[in-house]
Design a protein around this ligand. Structure first.
Ligand code: FPP
Length: 155
């Protein structure tokens, strides 16, 4: 699906090998919800489900690395209620998805500045990384609290 669309857009032949790494910016969750008269949080929930579908597809076509830019440092400026809902969604996703990710050989790594997270969210970040550390089929990189400025400063 994703790669088929990419092939079509770039006019690549169907025989062209699968790239090693694809990165996606998660965007439009809020607009998706607004269009349907739903709260923004509902858009994030569906966004997380869409990410699950994409990750499954990525694994099935033999992609080795899939990065999703999920939460930037700018996103902390959103209403507290929305930020809390996103953090809660992340923690719930860890609980719900970890067993299947382990079964499917998917390793999850979280990149970004960990300084801003609550103890609870940090524990879920560490949990998903350690529970899936043995995965060798696909590495899912979740960019959480990222910004080009902070990456340059850290470098
Ligand atoms: C971008 O859409 C999305 C976000 C800022 C948050 C996405 C985070 C999650 C769904 C949390 C859990 C993630 C995973 C992968 C388990 P937007 O709100 O900027 O939408 P808009 O552009 O329409 O305003």
């Amino acid at each position: 699906m994703l790669f088929d669309l990419f092939r079509k857009k770039k006019k690549l032949s169907p025989e062209r090998p699968v790239p090693t790494h694809i990165a996606i910016v998660m965007d439009g969750n809020g607009r998706w919800a607004k269009k349907r008269g739903l709260p923004r949080q509902a858009g994030h929930k569906v966004g997380a489900e869409a990410f699950r579908t994409i990750a499954n597809y990525a694994k099935s076509i033999g992609l080795k690395y899939l990065t999703v830019y999920a939460f930037s440092t700018e996103n902390w400026k959103r209403p507290e209620e929305e930020v809390n809902a996103i953090m809660e969604l992340f923690c719930k996703s860890v609980i719900n998805e970890s067993p299947e990710l382990q079964k499917q050989g998917v390793r999850v790594q979280v990149m970004g500045d960990r300084a801003g997270f609550s103890e609870k969210v940090l524990s879920y970040i560490e949990r998903i990384e350690s529970e899936t550390a043995a995965g060798e089929r696909l590495t899912l990189i979740l960019a959480f609290n990222y910004s080009s400025r902070s990456e340059l400063m850290a470098a």
